[in-house]
Design a protein around this ligand. Sequence first.
Ligand code: 5GP
Length: 199
Amino acid sequence: MIVLITGPSGAGKSSFIAELMVADPRLAFSVSTTTRPMRSGEAEGREYDFVDEATFDRLIAESAFVEWAQVHDNRYGTRRSLLEEMVAAGKIPVLDIDVQGGVQVLDQFGPELVSVFLFPPSWEELDRRLTSRGTDDTEVIATRLRNARREVGYAPRYRYWIVNDDLAAAVARMRAVITAEECRADILDTPPLESDDLG
Ligand code: 5GP
């Protein structure tokens, strides 16, 4: 199983994923590679693998990415080797990526992909959340809101829709999704008990 989580900026993806990871130790966060400068409070290899533009170009040339995209002014990508290592270690990778990367992942993986689109409860609430961060000016907030309205257009491609109205409730719904996915007959393929051939 691979979990793909996409949602507009301000939907609360980071807190949602952080809570989810605490709740289920089998999940492992897929640390993306980015050209974005490190923010204060971030650590190399924890939030991201921070690289320069030349290194990112080289990784693209080596086909090291399952997907990559330019988001705002920086590039972000998911390393194929990292996903393979996590799966080999028996972990369930959790990908936090934007819609452009999300569609690339949706196109590449089969039923083992659990795709989730995280919605803010309303446009008014998204505006309030982006404004209350206090980190961005009104122009940046207006751009994020416009982008969010475009991004939700991709939601029909995702298998699950979760509204992040209340963090604990949203995480509980996500845990139920994972539990249900683990019971899917088409993925398990071999039934837990053999049947007698009555034919
Ligand atoms: P931030 O710079 O605020 O951490 O992330 C900006 C955006 O980049 C978020 O929407 C996040 O989901 C997205 N992102 C992070 N890692 C990846 C990645 O590996 N691939 C893609 N396509 N988007 C990513």
